[in-house]
Design a protein around this ligand. Structure first.
Ligand code: SAM
Length: 287
């Protein structure tokens, strides 16, 4: 140590040297070294974060458990208020997103009608499944929450959330997947059929209409959900019979390719997937 200090002192104060120049050189050398080290650390830190992000995304692409979905929702909605965060991260317990997500093929374009705070689209975007997507909802606050989550995700996909009712018209383009998740029972019964017809009119050739609603039977499950909506949405809801939904959509030129009942707690979910009849021979991805 002593030797080293002496050596430096010698360099700085040595015979025949200009003291100030030597000091300046020594300091600028140290400063450059320090800046380079900081830049290297920054680069390493950035690469580490990128790697962790990639690993996380890859895991999410393969895992579809409720717990994993909740983890990603907590990240996506980290900028929302406490109640919104709690409501959104609890939703996978009562709504089968782990099943719904599997029905959306890679590189889809999606229109989600009644998207709420954007859970379905944001989860799809987070997993890099969608290319383009639009979510619309009649309520303003959920759209603000959906947009805030989108800022956290920074997806590669082009995602838009719009505040509008289905009655006010839908985007003037076709989508490979149009979804309606737990929305139809909130719509005025006089408009339910035309809302469904309007939704399927936006499904492209070979595309699918993903319809999920609370089943109208058994009655006890339907009533349990009615209480849920009275409490949380403060709304009297109007169930549509599954057979009516099937009838209306088939009459619009679609074919039912998948139907499933999923019970979670006291909620009874009815999932129906319809495909454009003209091209349904190419098959639906039931992965
Ligand atoms: C139970 S939430 C479901 C939200 C979302 N689909 C999900 O599964 O998380 C029902 C949503 O439908 C929306 N909604 C009700 N009537 C609507 C209408 N006429 N047009 C568009 N959205 C509507 C509500 O604002 C609400 O956000």
């Amino acid at each position: 140590m002593k030797k080293y200090c002496q050596k430096n002192r010698c360099k700085i104060y040595g015979p025949g040297s200009d003291k100030k120049d030597n000091l300046r050189d020594a300091f600028s050398g140290a400063e450059e070294y320090h800046n380079n080290a900081i830049q290297k650390l920054d680069r390493l830190h950035y690469q580490r974060r990128k790697l962790i992000g990639e690993i996380y995304r890859m895991r999410l692409m393969t895992v579809t458990t409720i717990a994993e979905l909740r983890d990603s929702i907590k990240i996506m909605y980290s900028s929302a208020g406490f109640i919104q965060r709690a409501l959104n991260s609890s939703r996978p317990y009562i709504c089968p997103f782990h099943t719904l997500l599997k029905h959306v093929p890679q590189n889809s374009t999606v229109l989600d009608i009644g998207c709420g705070s954007g859970l379905f689209l944001n989860l799809l975007a987070y997993r890099n499944i969608v290319n383009t997507a639009t979510g619309i909802d009649a309520a303003k606050q959920p759209i603000i929450t959906a947009r805030a989550a989108l800022k956290v995700i920074e997806p590669k996909a082009d995602i838009i959330f719009e505040h509008r009712k289905v009655e006010e018209g839908l985007p003037d383009m076709k989508f490979s997947v149009v979804s309606m998740i737990d929305v139809i029972h909130h719509i005025d019964p006089n408009y339910q059929r035309s809302a469904l017809e309007s939704a399927v009119s936006r499904v492209s050739d070979n595309g699918i209409f993903l319809f999920k609603d609370i089943g109208s039977r058994p009655l006890w499950r339907a009533w349990a959900n009615r209480f849920h909506d009275l409490l949380l949405a403060r709304q009297w809801i109007y169930y549509v019979k599954e057979t009516d939904v099937q009838d209306w959509i088939e009459k619009a030129g679609f074919q039912l390719v998948h139907q499933e009942t999923i019970n979670m707690w006291w909620y009874g979910h009815n999932l129906m997937i319809f495909q454009n009849k003209a091209t349904s021979k190419s098959g639906h991805n039931n992965a």
